[in-house]
Design a protein around this ligand. Structure first.
Ligand code: AMP
Length: 610
């Protein structure tokens, strides 16, 4: 957050992109953007050590978009991502940055999507392709994707691609890109194999690392809620309502637009809230802070820059509604509470894919951040009832109740009901915006993706629908990220996972050109199952078997039923036969991928099915 660059205009971006950034509410570049954008605009190759949440997508997307010649409807940039979900997300980000670039076209291509659609889209012409390695490779082999006009290549989440077993594919693609192009590699960690790829394919790369300087934070209670099962806004209001010593809060979001939207929503729910962002002039800004001090406002929703230096002792809570870009920003943010010797509370909302950032913050601040259990409906109701009782008790002690007591007696008599019933009616009327009993359901408790391996086998499903042509299709979710599990050796035999496994049969095999890595990739992507939880795979001529953990949620099973590998519906079902037996005529092909390192190609590849 202390990056010296305060505006995108300083980075050398074009007016069209600057206009868009203003419109979508980006106020200042994140640290990774401030560092990467000038380097990429100068045409250097680059290695960026950055994880999700740092703003890395815009860091590579904006410079590559500057290089696109819209008149040439050919792929000029290729972005490789480990999952289809990320491919869609990155493509959506580019599309949103292209708001003021008429004719700009970005296309996500990934396994599991029909070839027919992709071929049509490719034929129509796209300037940027965002794809998963397997599918990109297929299109290159089939010559339906041509990289002759390529100017930029981005490897996004390179360590994830390695972890998912796609690194050979990535190299295969790198081998086939034109000699003259810029390459940017982003990775949260830098395992040897990624370092090796960088050395081999990047030319004199500049290396950018988000510094996560250790910092001590004051005695502030720090908790996080893993976003799942409930909208952030509902979670926020539940939490704020039951927090014991709530007085006032600063809520941090990323964009100017979000400050205004959230302020409006909180106002509608009865909170005295206002937005604080870079669009406010100094006088308006001071007015908001004054109102927060005086108690005219209880909540201020701010961007990092706008909240710099706020010193309001009554701020009992800081909420990181959007996760900060780095630990420094986190430390600055939470320093807005716990001032003047008071206790402070910092609450962090963390999406499953941002868990890594949470751990980085913990390491940098050398303090654990405890998970927060979302208050249940009953908790909120109890709190509201307690507050209500306290208010009534206060009024009972006040003067001048006789007049009202008389009215209650009259109503009771006229309606032939007890005074208690009249009181109940009045209590009901008194609820106003916040009913004592809150509506809605309690979400199922969030799964801890890292620590509780078994329940974390199956990833959360994604709620959002993609904007691209597969709109109706389910997308795979933020897959669980396990930070510290042992990495599977690329070509080591697949270890048998522990726990109950069920063997399934699928209708694709060697004759379809399918290899083990295709099956692993499709299952990992489609069902959100970590590849290490996928058991033995038997590859036969016309079908295959795959062992998956017992207890697969219906949603994941349904997703797999609809999955296609190399264009063929896999028709997943429990395998009733003995291993390989029910398909006795078939010769078992021993599991792992066959990579012909010399030729840099995969053996036995067929595309007969397409
Ligand atoms: P990423 O780390 O690329 O996945 O980005 C995480 C989120 O930050 C996305 O929702 C972006 O839209 C948002 N974001 C990225 N850069 C900025 C910025 N400079 N200002 C505000 N939001 C941003």
């Amino acid at each position: 957050m202390t990056n010296a660059v305060d505006s995108f205009a300083e980075l050398g971006l074009s007016d069209a992109l600057l206009k868009t950034l203003g419109e979508i509410g980006y106020e200042t570049p994140s640290p990774i953007q401030a560092q990467c954008i000038p380097i990429l605009l100068e045409g250097h190759d680059m290695i960026g050590m950055a994880q999700t949440g740092t703003g890395k997508t815009a860091a590579f997307a904006l410079p590559l978009m500057e290089q696109i010649d819209i008149k040439v409807a050919k792929p000029q940039a290729l972005i490789l991502t480990p999952t289809r979900e990320l491919a869609i997300q990155v493509a959506e980000a580019l599309q949103s940055y292209a708001k003021n670039l008429p004719g700009f076209h970005v296309l996500p291509i990934y396994g599991g999507q029909s070839y027919t659609i992709q071929l049509k889209q490719l034929a129509r012409g796209a300037h940027v392709i965002v794809g998963t390695p397997g599918r990109v490779m297929d299109h290159l082999e089939r010559k339906t994707l041509n990289l002759d006009h390529l100017k930029t290549m981005v490897l996004d989440e390179a360590d994830e691609m390695l972890r998912m077993g796609f690194i050979d594919d990535v190299e295969w693609i790198l081998e086939r890109t034109p000699a003259q192009h810029q390459t940017a590699l982003f990775s949260a960690t830098m395992p040897d194999q990624i370092r090796r790829v960088a050395q081999k394919y990047l030319v004199d790369p500049r290396e950018i690392k988000i510094k996560s300087a250790t910092a001590t934070v004051a005695a502030i209670r720090q908790v996080y809620w893993q976003v799942s099962g409930m909208h952030k806004l509902d979670a926020l209001t539940r939490i704020l309502e039951v927090e014991e010593d709530f007085d006032a809060a600063i809520i941090f979001v990323r964009t100017k637009t979000a400050t205004v939207e959230l302020a409006d929503k909180l106002n509608a729910r009865g909170y005295a809230a206002a937005a604080l962002n870079g669009d406010l002039n100094q006088q308006m800004r001071e007015r908001v802070i004054e109102q927060l001090k005086s108690g005219a406002l209880d909540i201020v929703i701010a961007t990092d820059v706008a909240a710099r230096g706020i010193d309001v002792p009554r701020v009992s809570h800081v909420v990181n509604y959007d996760i900060p870009y780095d630990t420094e920003a986190y430390v600055h943010r939470i320093g807005r509470t716990g001032r003047a010797g008071r206790t402070g509370n910092a609450i962090l909302f963390v999406a499953p894919r941002e868990i890594r950032m949470l751990r980085t913050i913990e390491r940098a601040t050398r303090q654990p951040i405890a998970p927060l259990t979302l208050p249940s409906r009953a908790d909120v109701t109890n709190k509201r009832v307690t507050d209500f009782k306290a208010k009534v008790a206060e009024v009972l002690n006040a003067e001048g109740l006789d007049f009202f007591a008389n009215i209650v007696s009259q109503i009771a008599e006229e309606q032939n009901v007890s005074a208690e019933e009249v009181a109940a009616a009045l209590a009901m009327m008194a609820q106003e915006i916040k009913p004592l009993q809150i509506a809605g359901e309690d979400p199922a408790p969030a799964r801890n993706f890292e620590r509780d391996a078994r329940p974390g086998v199956f990833g959360e499903r994604e709620q959002r629908k993609p904007r691209f042509e597969d709109r109706g299709e389910r997308t795979n979710s933020d897959r669980p990220r396990f930070e510290d599990h042992p990495r599977r050796e690329e070509r080591a035999p697949r270890p048998a996972p522990t726990g109950d496994m069920i063997r399934y049969r699928i209708d694709v095999g060697r004759d379809h050109g399918v290899e083990v890595r295709d099956i692993v990739g499709a299952i990992a992507n489609e069902a959100g199952i970590e590849s290490r939880f996928i058991g033995r795979i038997g590859l036969y001529e016309e079908s295959s078997t795959v062992e998956l953990p017992a207890g697969m949620p219906g949603e994941a099973a349904n997703a797999l039923k609809r999955t296609r590998i190399r264009g063929v519906p896999i028709n997943l079902r429990v395998d009733e036969g003995r291993p390989g037996g029910s398909f006795g005529g078939e010769r078992k092909f021993s599991g792992e991928r066959k990579f012909d390192g010399d030729k840099g190609n995969f053996k036995k590849k067929k595309f007969g099915d397409r």
